[in-house]
Design a protein around this ligand. Structure first.
Ligand code: FES
Length: 139
């Protein structure tokens, strides 16, 4: 039996109907980061650490649209299925495996998140361009 990956610990956290459609609910864990559980308008359920990769804003308070959430603090858009910030921003929030069974949402609380490490977010500095005079020799 491999020891590198712990067996999933599917933990019931709430009913799907307890999460507003196109909204989120927070699952608190003692001594660990809160988890934001999202319900998209098509009823898909996703879970991310409730920390924006930019400056730690509460993603659970963001605006859910499609399979993404816009952070309430500075407007970064984070994909719900992979936790990644959409370009031009860079970084990601850890994804927690989630599944729904008989209307109950289960999270894999044994996992350590998937896809990225926290706190890596940055917005690339725009490249400055020097204004060039128009090369127009026409009269
Ligand atoms: S903390 Fe989320 S966009 Fe800045």
């Amino acid at each position: 039996m491999g020891a590198s990956h712990p067996a999933p610990a599917w933990t019931p956290v709430c009913g799907v109907e307890d999460i507003p459609r196109a909204g989120a609910r927070v699952v608190k864990r003692g001594g660990a980061d809160d988890i934001a559980v999202f319900r998209a308008s098509d009823d898909h359920v996703f879970a991310l650490l409730d920390r924006c990769p930019h400056k730690g804003g509460p993603l659970s308070a963001g605006l859910v649209h499609g399979h993404a959430v816009t952070c309430p603090l500075h407007g970064w858009v984070i994909g719900l299925d992979d936790g990644r910030a959409q370009a031009p921003d860079e970084g990601c929030s850890q994804r927690i495996a989630a599944r729904v069974e008989d209307g109950t949402v289960y999270l894999d609380l044994a996992g350590h998140g998937h896809g990225c490490s926290q706190g890596q977010g940055r917005r690339p500095t725009p490249k400055l361009r020097t204004a060039q005079p128009a090369a127009d020799d026409s009269p």
